[in-house]
Write a protein that binds this ligand. Structure first.
Ligand code: FES
Length: 106
């Protein structure tokens, strides 16, 4: 099964192929803001993802910027092998920092 790591590989989980990054984050006990509750209409659940992911769908491509090739939408991007996820800083804090305060709020 694919391995998904977070926080510079200090957290690592195994998931089924096809699992979304948002589900991986929840399974790891971490938190990411999901303003649209993962109904895939806001594109704000952005993460930096490196590794084996399926190519972005038409819907996901609509939220991506070609100048940021490693950025993916957590609710839409699906794992296809080992992946490393990094949370994106937002105004001095990070989604991973929020994780310690509000785990499992996906
Ligand atoms: S939370 Fe809206 S697309 Fe992921």
């Amino acid at each position: 099964m694919p391995k998904v790591s977070f926080k510079n590989k200090t957290i690592c989980i195994e998931v089924e192929v096809g699992t979304t990054i948002a589900v991986c984050i929840r399974k790891a006990g971490l938190y990411i803001e999901t303003p649209c509750s993962c109904i895939r209409v806001c594109g704000k659940c952005r993460v930096k993802a490196e590794g084996a992911l399926f190519p972005p769908s038409y819907t996901e491509r609509g939220f991506l910027n070609e100048n940021e090739p490693d950025i993916r939408i957590a609710c839409l991007a699906k794992v296809n092998g080992d992946v490393d996820i990094q949370f994106i800083e937002k105004g001095g804090t990070t989604n991973s920092a929020i994780a310690s305060k509000e785990k499992r709020r996906l």
